[in-house]
Structure formats: C-alpha cells, structure tokens
Design a protein around this ligand. Structure first.
Ligand code: FAD
Ligand code: UDP
Length: 374
C-alpha cells in the first residue's frame, strides 16, 4: 500500500516524492513511462563519454534563495553564466539584444544613452501589449524584430508572433549595456555531476519506489494507493474530453565531432530559414574537458512528445476548463509544466511543487521550506 502514486519523475514529481517521503514519512511509488528519471532535464553520457542533455539544453537559473537552497541539498554546483549568439546576416551577434548587438549589426558606436534614443526612434508605439509581436516591435522596432525574432518564433511555434501571448518573446529582454548573459538571475549554476545525479539523490530514500518504462495507466488499477500526483499532460489524464490541448514538439539531432570545440558560443540561435532553431555545445554548459565535443540541434515539429505548452488565448481558455475539472477531482493533484499547461522554467516547477507540498502538509510555504532545508 502506497500513500501516493506519483506520475512522472521530472522536477514536479521528484520534488514531491522527496518531500512526502522525507518530510512526512509517506510511502511513495513514482512511475515514468520513459526509461529514466529526471523528465526533460535528464542528462547522460553519450557514446563518446560526453555529458549531454537528451532533451535539449537545460540551464538552471533562479532568483529564489529557497529553491536554490532546497536543490543544493542534493547536488553541488558549477557556477555557469549562459551566453547565446544569434546568427544574423552571416554574423554571430549577442542575444538578448544589447549595446554590442546594435553597434555590430549597424556599424554604429552608440553608448547606452545613444542606444535608448536609437531604439526609441525605431520602436513602434502600441496602445496595448497583447502579443509577442507587440512586445518586440514596441521595444526594438521592426528591423530587429524581423532579424532576431520573427523567423525564429514562426519556426519554434509554427505561429506568427502576433498569434502568441506576449509572455513568449518577453522572456528575452533588451539590454542597454554590454551584459551578454542570457539570464541575469541571482543564482545561475549547473549541477556539478549533472541533473540525473541530482535526481538520483532526491529519490534515494527507503520510502520511495521508482518504476520506469511504465505508463501509470498500466498499473493504476492494480496498485493500492491513497492519492495520485499527476505531472503528465492534463488533457491526457481526462481522456481529451474537451479536445486536445496543443503542445509544441521537438526532434533532437545529437552529434559528436572529433575536435575539441565546435562553435564559438554555448548556444547559437538561427533566426532564419534553417529547419532547426538552435545548436548547443554541451561542454560549455558542463565544463567537461574532452578531446571531442557533442552538440544538439533542435527541430520544432507538430507531432511527438509534448515539450511546450503554447501560450495563446484559445489554449488558455481550453486549459481553464481542464483545470476546473482538475480542481473537482478528489485525491488527485496536478502539478508541473504539462499538468498545469504553463510555460514554466525548472525553478518555477520546483516552486510550484514545494507550494503543493505545503498545502498537502498543512504548513505555510515558509514553514514547509524551513522544514525542507532543516
Ligand atoms: P517533465 O520534465 O516533462 O516531466 C514529466 C514526466 O511525466 C515525463 O518524464 C513524462 O515521461 C512523464 N509522464 C507523462 N505522462 C505519463 C504517463 N501517462 N505515465 C507515466 N509517466 C508519464 N527550464 C529551465 O529552467 N532552464 C532551461 O534552460 C530550460 N531549457 C529547456 C529546454 C527545452 C528544449 C525544454 C523542452 C524545456 C526547457 N526547460 C528549461 C523547462 C524544463 O524542462 C521544465 O520546466 C521542467 O523540466 C518541467 O518539469 P516537469 O516535472 O513539470 O515535467
Ligand atoms: N526568441 C526568438 N529569437 C531568439 C530567441 C528567442 O525569437 O533568438 C523567441 C522565441 O519565440 C522563443 C522565445 O523567444 O520561443 C523564448 O525564448 P527562450 O530562449 O526563452 O526559449 P526556450 O529556451 O524556452 O526554448
């Protein structure tokens, strides 16, 4: 008899398994239909012995001391500041757009004030910022929008930026200085021995049983459990009763090259007509030293595993119906990027899972966090 059956061994499921087992002494069965723990953050060594992220680059960043401290119980960290270049007009330019991006692209020598004035002269005023097109055009104008955002976004989402919520491109800011880091969060780091190692430490507890290669629907009727925690796609749980929620999928093309360095930046974005959106070279992220190097190209596609909820109003309306059904389903908790249909980063999912744990345990979030760190 298990107290909890947890579906999905990614961040959402693993944080809850850890907290319920260690914090409340509950017996937990956590299953995943994949053959590994870690969900989309899974990493492993490839045939050449290079640590790669099977499902695309995962860089941990957060402003939350709580979340960083909680995960620090299960891993040491390698400090890492992520940097990305975009391939535009045959050059590799810093993205997020910063002072150097504008100066290099247009052959200018602007200072920060000059960049502000320049962008103000090309930005188009919008009375309301509703879409991903509005966000970019109202800050950097049409030319930079076309060069850096429009084609990448159309490729990534199979939608024009004008059809996507503002939050999508708003993830990428504009900087008036020369800071070329992708993120500016207070804590930016990679698990020193990889994400999977960290997940292994989280799930290493006598109260936690892990079952891989197992869709919960194969066992749900045969296993005795008190409550269910579901981190898979919410529409799948309800047998698509209101129709399918759209998710964007990806195909990954992994390659190993027999030279120490493949490209000049950890990630190169391709906001152009190429079929892939970006190329990641893992050794930059992990700091591993090796004579060869492994990379991955990401090809967005319509069919396959669900990777991205697609933020737009009609999908939010459909999700609202599923979330209402979820609220009315006793003894089942829905948590994580797919089950709540939110375009969340890893730290946000950890935060969401810790909040659910505090509700389950009847403690405040602060009390629950203090207990988790004790
Ligand atoms: P998941 O990791 O998706 O875990 C859900 C698990 O449930 C899966 O393993 C799945 O197999 C399992 N499952 C589903 N249905 C069933 C079923 N019926 N039975 C059994 N198991 C089931 N975030 C960052 O913070 N930084 C980044 O750099 C970053 N990069 C990303 C890059 C890519 C390409 C993608 C797709 C995401 C990225 N993210 C990043 C987001 C990050 O992956 C998520 O926030 C996080 O992994 C979500 O965790 P989760 O537990 O909610 O979901
Ligand atoms: N984006 C873009 N050009 C870029 C980088 C990002 O148009 O060079 C847009 C695109 O729509 C993308 C979104 O901004 O999906 C968010 O980018 P982010 O790098 O955060 O995407 P993720 O890492 O979540 O795939």
């Amino acid at each position: 008899m298990f107290d909890y059956l947890i579906v999905g061994a990614g961040f959402a499921g693993s944080v809850l398994a850890e907290r319920l087992a260690r914090g409340l002494n509950k017996k937990v069965l956590i299953c995943d239909r994949r053959n590994h723990i870690g969900g989309n953050a899974y990493d492993c060594h490839d045939a050449a012995g290079i640590l790669i992220h099977r499902y695309g680059p995962h860089i941990f960043h957060t402003n939350s001391w709580d979340i960083f401290s909680y995960l620090s119980r299960f891993t040491e960290w390698r400090q890492y500041q992520h940097r990305v270049r975009a391939c535009v007009d045959g050059r590799l330019l810093p993205i997020p757009i910063n002072l150097d991006t504008v100066n290099e692209l247009y052959g200018l020598q602007l200072d920060p004030q000059g960049m502000k004035e320049y962008l103000a002269s090309v930005a188009e005023k919008k009375s309301e910022i509703l879409t991903s097109e509005d966000v970019v055009i109202s800050t950097v104008g049409r030319d930079l929008y076309e060069k850096f955002f429009r084609h990448y976004t159309r490729k990534q989402w199979a939608l024009d930026p004008s059809e996507l919520d503002a939050q999508v491109t708003a993830r990428v800011p504009v900087r008036f200085n020369r800071d070329d880091r992708y993120f500016t969060d207070k804590y930016q780091a990679m698990p020193a021995r990889g994400f999977t190692h960290m997940f292994g430490n989280m799930l290493d507890h006598p109260n936690i049983k892990v079952l891989l290669n197992c869709d919960y629907r194969e066992i749900a009727d045969d296993v005795a459990y008190g409550s269910l925690i579901f981190t898979g796609p919410v529409d799948q749980y309800f047998d698509y009763c209101y129709g399918e929620l759209p998710y964007r999928c990806l195909e990954f093309k992994h390659e190993t090259h027999h030279k120490p360095v493949f490209q000049s930046a950890p990630v190169v974005n391709y906001p152009n007509e190429y079929a892939y959106t970006r190329c990641t070279e893992f050794k930059y992220l992990t700091g591993q030293e090796h004579a060869a190097t492994s990379i991955v190209y990401e090809f967005p596609c319509a069919e396959g595993d669900p990777y991205y909820p697609i933020p737009r109003p009609d999908n939010a309306a459909l999700n609202k119906k599923y979330q209402a059904l979820a609220e009315d389903t006793p003894n089942v908790h829905f948590v994580g990027r797919l089950a709540t249909y939110r375009y969340y980063n890893m730290d946000q999912v950890v935060g969401q899972a810790l909040t659910l744990f505090s509700k389950i345990s009847g403690a405040t979030r602060t009390q629950a966090t203090e207990a988790a760190l004790a």
